[in-house]
Design a binder for this molecule. Sequence first.
Ligand code: DHB
Length: 375
Amino acid sequence: MLAHLLAQVGIESVVLEDRSRAHVEQRIRAGVLEQPTVDLLDQLGVGERMHREGLVHHGIEIRFDRQRHRIALSDLTGGKAITIYGQQELVKDLIAARLAAGAPILFEVENVRLGGLDTQRPTISFRDDGRNETLRCSYVAGCDGFHGVSRPTIPDGVLRTFERDYPFAWLGILADVAPSTEELIYASHERGFALHSLRSPSISRLYLQVAPDEDLAAWSDDRIWSELRARLASDGWSLADGPIVDRSLTPLRSFVVEPMQYGRLFLAGDAAHIVPATGAKGLNLAVSDVRALADAITLHERTGDARGLAGYTARCLRRIWRVQDFSWWMSAMLHRLPEEDGFAGRLRRAQLEWLVASEAAARSLAENYVGLPFS
Ligand code: DHB
């Protein structure tokens, strides 16, 4: 996204990826695009297939006590919506557009090292196709995920870390079966949280709250489907099952580093922050970071004004902490703590009841869920 944003204003970049093209195009991740993300893809001219194949949703369902409650996202937000489109599909489109433009994107690079970050001319050295290469850059964008090289390259003592671990994880499946619902279902149940999402009219995506150290091997297909059936149960509704084609375990965590920059290195997305999965904000937050970074670089390149670069962290953090709060709130409301006591359980119940009773409460969820406007 950043490379496309910069290309649009004539700024060259080189994209380095340490995995293969096939790997990043097939890796199953979340699939909910906020309205501002969709609008930005359109602005970049890379949204065509997303509009053709993505599913626009105007509401979500909150389910508890076997009862179904619709949150009318679009009615509550002046017409905004979410688009269901797998992250790997978006990655395919961005790569295809990059290659079609003849702009550099290198896969399976090895041994990436950053240097001279506190100078005007930082370097990136790496191995590509058996050759050692060095790029001299004006800026380095650390868009390399939580486990990437960028964040650990920043000297000790510069970054402060803020984090929370949650006593649960998500067991996610992709199943070859038509979704049993038109809109996403977030279900709070005494056995734990469950989520029914989808990827297409014939592919379902579902999640179960499990323990963080859960053994995936202990979950047969039958066990997964019967647990989903129990947690999603509602009168007059049934869950269709089918072959499970992918399964994964995702721990939930909140993580932020401040600042998000060091000299000419700027962190974006998971390199700087992780949000718990509930609400599907990770991808969208990464998109808003790179929009801010593209603005800052563009201003600096065009006018020499470095205030955008200096203010990058502050601008990003305002949205990041808003989204951290939203994702934390949604997670806390919907998941059952392993040792949940009566007090905590009754508070969660009161939150759920308020959410579906008060239009103001539902609107608050809806505004955050469809995505707040970029600053
Ligand atoms: C999906 C993931 C989420 O984290 C969420 O809140 C909703 C949907 C998904 O993968 O479809």
